[in-house]
Design a protein around this ligand. Sequence first.
Ligand SMILES: Nc1ncnc2c1ncn2[C@@H]1O[C@H](COP(=O)(O)OP(=O)(O)OP(=O)(O)O)[C@@H](O)[C@H]1O
Length: 327
Amino acid sequence: MPILSSPANRFSLIADIGGTNTRIALAEGPKLVESTIRRYRNADHGSFGEVLEAFFADEGRHDCIAAGVAVAGPVRDGKAAMTNLDWKLDRDVIRVTTQAETVTLLNDMQAQGHSLGHLHTGALRPLLSGPDGGPHAAQLVVNVGTGFNASPVYNTETGRYVPPSEAGHVSLPVRSEADLALARFVEEVHGFPAVEDVLSGRGLAAIDAWLSRDAGEPRSLSPAQVMAGIQSGEDARARAAGEVFARILGAVTGDLALMHLPFGGICLVGGVARHFAPLLVELGFADAFLDKGRFAGFMKNFRIDAVEDDYAALIGIAAHLDALRQL
Ligand SMILES: Nc1ncnc2c1ncn2[C@@H]1O[C@H](COP(=O)(O)OP(=O)(O)OP(=O)(O)O)[C@@H](O)[C@H]1O
């Protein structure tokens, strides 16, 4: 039985469950209570319920008026199975656990989409400039983290709509013999060459492993090690892997832009995109984004920024949950 709203339960519980990390915070109305923001490694816990217990142990137990949970996986009829983690989520279970009156379970890209316009000043790192599309132009969020996904953000006269997708599981684009060789390498491992198998943390490691195997010097590095090699400027193979990654990210982001026409701008989000952001243009991202034949000029209509705030999805869930409560 949901408890009635009172000063004791004015908070909302906000959670963003990624493939590697879960971020949790309390919110008051549309605003996060900054001092309550916490991040937990999923590998240290067996379920979202356990992470929630850890949060309540750290933060004190709060009865919540509302709960919003975003997951990296498809959501259907209030239930979600995560793509890169063996956890299941159920809106009814969250309702019982939190005692919240209003509960929403959404895809994490929807959460990122709802954060646009609510982020702190300075949270955006400009990558490519473009004209202002006006208040009702569509936007696009593209995530590169443990996994890959994207969502358009439709800002209509009747409100914002952020439909989910599973864009990371579409076919890897192939433009050259090298792309084909990479696709075959990925297919050997996964049985199908999906975008996410290259554009993700493990994807960056896979590109490095592919280049190393072809050079007859096989190695197996973590994504952070490959990134450190790129940043050091002293690891030519890691740099080559970074160039492949940036080029394919540019091509895929360009494909998504043509599908959704985000004249209001594109935001790259997620841990891997954030680590790459300072180097992306130099590594060839922008050239690949613009490389659309006779539509190359048209591609200059889309501004691209990287979101530097690791907690952007939480901001989006809080804003969306508050809007739901106003309906
Ligand atoms: N220094 C680094 N450079 C590049 N990648 C890194 C670095 N450190 C960690 N990673 C990778 O970042 C990924 C985690 O990103 P993020 O924090 O966005 O995860 P998440 O929110 O749990 O993921 P998702 O929402 O995509 O499921 C992992 O694949 C990890 O290997």
